[in-house]
Write a protein that binds this ligand. Structure first.
Ligand SMILES: Nc1nc2c(ncn2[C@@H]2O[C@H](COP(=O)(O)OP(=O)(O)O)[C@@H](O)[C@H]2O)c(=O)[nH]1
Ligand SMILES: [Mg+2]
Length: 501
C-alpha cells in the first residue's frame, strides 16, 4: 500500500503538531523537501511550507545539489535586489528615464498575471526558471486575482511587484503590437542584436497567439541581446520550459540543474507554490475528512473543452473505460452476487474534480448501488462544482488551487487532455497520470486514455524554427528529452531517457 510512514504517524497517532511526530522526522528530507526549501521562514505565516510533507509520500526524485545551491544563490540575489532595495530603486530610475545608462547591478523579469490559474502556475514556474538561467530577479504582478493564493517563496523580500511600479497600468494593454514589444520591434527593425544602445525595458509577448518575431525569443542570438536589457516584462499563458531546453546556451546549465530532466516543474513547483493559510485550510480539512483514512487515493480530473455544458454520456463512458481497463478502479457486479464487504475490506477514495457534479454523482451511485468484484469499498468525493470558470472571484480561485493540490496528494491520477489544471496536479504530486484523450464527435475514444511519458507539463504553443538555419523545423525530434506531448500532437514536453515512452 502506498500510504507513507509519515502520513501514518500523522493520522493515526493523535499527535498532530506535537513534538513526538516531528522529533523523529528527518528535517532535511522531510520538511525541507530534500534541501529544496530554505530553513528559517516564519512557520505561522505560511503553515503549508513546512507541513506539506506530512501529506505526501517522500518524493522519489531528489533535487540535485546544483539546483539546491542555485536556489540559495537566487535567494541572496532576491534579497539584494528585491522590491524597495537600493538596487531596485536605482533600476527603477533607469526605467523612468527611458534609456539604459551604464551598468545595472540587478536585472529583472516581471511576470504579468494572465489566463486560467493552471496556466498561471505553469507560466510562472517557467519564468522563474528563465530568471535562474539569466540571473534575473523575478517579480510577480498580482493582477486582480492572485491575492491570497500563495505564500512568498523567497526569504526576506517579497516576490510581488510593488503596486506603484511605473508601467503597471499598461500591463493589460500590452500586446503583440505594443511599441516596446520585442517581436514587434524586431519586425519593424527598431532593434537589432548588434545595436550598441539598449532599451531600458522590453515587453515579451509569449502568449499562445504570438507571432514568428516573438518566437525569436527562443533563439540564442536574441537571448544575448536581451542580456543587457535591465527590465523584461513578460506575458505568457504557457509552460515554455521545453523550448528553453532547445536553446544551446542554456543546455549545460539545465542538465546540471536537472540531471533528471522531466522533474523541472516537480521541483520548481514544490519550491515556489505554497498554498496560503486560507487555501491550506481548504486542503487539509478536506484531506483529513475524506481522503486520509483510505487505503488508496485515486484522483480523477474531468475537464471538457466543449462549448455545450454537459455532463456528457460519452465522457462518462470514457472515464469508466479508462479506469476499469487500466484497473485503477474495481469493476462492479451488476448481478449483485457478491455478498457484503468484509470488515477489513480495502477502502478506495476517489477524488473527482470537475466544474460539474454529474460525473461524480454517477460514479458514487454506481459504487453504492452495486458491490465491487474485488470486495473493496469505494467512496467518491468532489469538493466543489463551480459550473463555469470564474477567474475574477477570489473564493473560486482558492477552490481551484485547493483542488489542484488535493489531486496532487493522490496515489494514482487520471487527468484530462489539454488541461493545465491537471498538469499542475501531476507535477506537484510527482505523478505520471493516465490522460483521458480529447473526445471527437461525441464518442468515447478507443483507447480511452494513455499513461503519460513523464510528469512534466506540455508546452501547448512551441516554436518550430531552426534559429541557425533560419527555417522551419520539427522541434519535437531534435533531442531525445524533448518530445511531442501525449495529448497535443504539436505540443512539446520534457521526458527522461528512462521514462516509459
Ligand atoms: N474548482 C474547480 N475549478 C475548475 C475546475 N476545472 C476548471 N476550473 C476553473 O476553470 C479554470 C480553468 O483554467 P486552468 O486552471 O488554466 O485549467 P485548464 O483550462 O483546464 O487548462 C480553473 O483555474 C478554475 O478557475 C475544477 O475541476 N474545479
Ligand atoms: Mg488552462
Amino acid at each position: 500500500m502506498s500510504c507513507s510512514v509519515v502520513i501514518t504517524s500523522l493520522f493515526f497517532s493523535d499527535s498532530l503538531g506535537s513534538e513526538g511526530v516531528f522529533q523523529h522526522a528527518d528535517k532535511y528530507n522531510g520538511k525541507l523537501l530534500g534541501g529544496l526549501l530554505a530553513d528559517g521562514f516564519d512557520e505561522a505565516a505560511c503553515t503549508s511550507r513546512y507541513s506539506s510533507f506530512l501529506y505526501r509520500k517522500i518524493s522519489l526524485h531528489k533535487p540535485s545539489s546544483n539546483l539546491i545551491s542555485r536556489l540559495r544563490s537566487y535567494e541572496d540575489l532576491h534579497k539584494r535586489c528585491g522590491p524597495n532595495t537600493q538596487s531596485y530603486n536605482k533600476a527603477l530610475e533607469q526605467l523612468k528615464s527611458g534609456n539604459k545608462i551604464g551598468l545595472t547591478d540587478c536585472n529583472y523579469i516581471v511576470w504579468i498575471s494572465f489566463s486560467g490559474l493552471g496556466n498561471r502556475i505553469l507560466s510562472l514556474a517557467s519564468t522563474f526558471l528563465y530568471a535562474l538561467l539569466t540571473n534575473r530577479v523575478l517579480l510577480v504582478d498580482q493582477g486582480k486575482d492572485m491575492a491570497d493564493l500563495f505564500c512568498d517563496p523567497f526569504p526576506d523580500k517579497s516576490w510581488l511587484l510593488p503596486g506603484d511600479f511605473p508601467l503597471i497600468d499598461q500591463f493589460d494593454s500590452f500586446n503583440q503590437n505594443s511599441p516596446h514589444c520585442h517581436g514587434n520591434m524586431l519586425k519593424n527593425n527598431a532593434i537589432n542584436s548588434s545595436a550598441m544602445s539598449k532599451p531600458s525595458y522590453l515587453y515579451l509577448h509569449l502568449v499562445h497567439d504570438y507571432g514568428d518575431h516573438d518566437k525569436l525569443f527562443f533563439c540564442d542570438g536574441e537571448q544575448s541581446f536581451l542580456e543587457n536589457v535591465p527590465w523584461l516584462i513578460m506575458k505568457t499563458d504557457n509552460y515554455y520550459v521545453p523550448s528553453l531546453f532547445l536553446i544551446p546556451s542554456f543546455e549545460t546549465e539545465l542538465s546540471n540543474l536537472f540531471p533528471e530532466k522531466g522533474t523541472v516543474f516537480h521541483h520548481l513547483g514544490r519550491y515556489l507554490f505554497h498554498p496560503s493559510n486560507h487555501v491550506w485550510g481548504l486542503i487539509t480539512r478536506y484531506y483529513r475528512t475524506y481522503l486520509a483514512k483510505a487505503d488508496e487515493r485515486i484522483g480523477i480530473q474531468i475537464r471538457t473543452f466543449d462549448s455545450r455544458r454537459g455532463p456528457f454520456k460519452h465522457v462518462m463512458d470514457q472515464i469508466l473505460a479508462c479506469t476499469l481497463k487500466e484497473k485503477l478502479l474495481p469493476a462492479v457486479d451488476m448481478q449483485d452476487s457478491v455478498v457484503n464487504p468484509s470488515e477489513n475490506a480495502k477502502l478506495k477514495a476517489v477524488l473527482v474534480t470537475s466544474l460539474l457534479s454529474g460525473y461524480s454523482e454517477d460514479l458514487r451511485n454506481m459504487y453504492w448501488e452495486h458491490p465491487t468484484m474485488t470486495g473493496e469499498v469505494v467512496g467518491v468525493y468532489q469538493p466543489s462544482h463551480e459550473e463555469f470558470q470564474q477567474t475574477e472571484k477570489q473564493m473560486h480561485n482558492r477552490k481551484a488551487w485547493a483542488e489542484m493540490y488535493l489531486l496532487s496528494l493522490t496515489d494514482v491520477l487520471v487527468t484530462s487532455a489539454w488541461s493545465t489544471f491537471g498538469y499542475v496536479a501531476q507535477g506537484l504530486g510527482g505523478l505520471r497520470p493516465w490522460i483521458l484523450y480529447k473526445t471527437e464527435n461525441d464518442t468515447a475514444p478507443d483507447p480511452a486514455c494513455r499513461r503519460a511519458m513523464s510528469m512534466d507539463p506540455c508546452f501547448h504553443a512551441p516554436p518550430f524554427y531552426d534559429c541557425k538555419a533560419k527555417k522551419g523545423i520539427d522541434t519535437g525530434t531534435l533531442v531525445p528529452h524533448v518530445r511531442h506531448c501525449e495529448d497535443i500532437s504539436w505540443g512539446l514536453k520534457v521526458v527522461d531517457d528512462h521514462d516509459d515512452l
